[in-house]
Unconditional design. Sequence first.
Length: 314
Amino acid sequence: MDSGTLLVPLAPDCEAMRQGLIANPLPPVWELDAATARRLHRDGTLAARVNWQPDLDALPVSSVDTPASDGLPARRTYRPDGADDDTPCLVWLHGGGWVLGDLDTADATARTASAATGWTVVSVDYRCAPVARFPDAVDDAVADGDAALREHRRVVVGGDSAGATLAAVVAQQRGSHPGLVGQVLVYPATDPRLRSPSAHQFVDGPLLTRRDMEWFYDQYLADDADRESPLADLVAGLVTVTGVLPPAVVLTVGHDPLRDEGIAYVRHLAHRGGDVRWIHAPELHHGAFSNSGYLPSAAVRVGEVWAAAREIVA
C-alpha cells in the first residue's frame, strides 16, 4: 500500500476557510461547556447550509423523520426518486466528537449521499456525551444497524469522524451478517490514546487539534478502562473479530490529527485480507467532507468516496 504524499498545502478553498477562521476565531471547544459547544456548532452548520451547492432542496431526494421509539434513536430517512425495496440502505452516523451534531447538522451530508449513490440513507441521531456517555452511542448505532438489516436486503454503514468510529464498531459487531455489504469510514477516530505522529503534529490552529480530541474523549469516555475497550479502540476491536468484515471505503485527509491512526486502521483491515478502498486527500482538512457544498476541492473527494462505495456494493 503506497501512502504517497500524506501532507501537502491545503487546497486554496480550504486555506481560505482556514484564514477566515483565523480572522474571526471561534472559542475552542475545550474552553466551552458541552451545551454551548453544541449550540455554536449547530448554529454555524445551519447558517452555512444556505450556501450549499448544488442546492440541497433541488436534489431528487425526499426525507421523513421518525421519533425515537422501541430502543431506537430518532432518525431521518432519505429516499431518492425511484427507490424500491431492492435499493441499498446506508446507515449514516454523524461526526462531532460524540458531543456535537444532530439530524439537522448531518442533513446536507446525508442528503448529498443519497443523491450521489441512489441509496436510501438513514441518518441516526444517537445519544451524545456528556449527558449520555460511552457506550450509549455505540448501543444506538448497533440498534439502528440491526433495524436496517431487518428492513433492507443490502445495508452499508458509514459515518464521519466520531460517526465513522461508531460505523466501524457496527461493522465489527455485525460483519458476519450477509446483509451488511459495506462500510464507509471518513477520517475515523481509531485510537483513544492519540499515540500516532499526526496526533502530535496538529496541536494548535483553527482546525481540529489534538487538544480538541482530548476534550472530546474526556466527554465521551469515563476512564482508562473505556479507552481500552474494543468498542472504542478500533484496532483492539479488530482483534476480537473472528469472522469476515464487509468491504470498506476509508477516506483520510492530510491536515488532521487523526490522519495516521486512520491509515493504520486501513492497513489492519487490509492485513485481514478484506476488500479495502483507501482514498487519501492530502490537500483537505478534517471536517472538509461535511463542508463539501462550499468547498469544491472537498466535493471532488466526496464524489470519489461515493463512487467507490457504489463499486463495493455492486
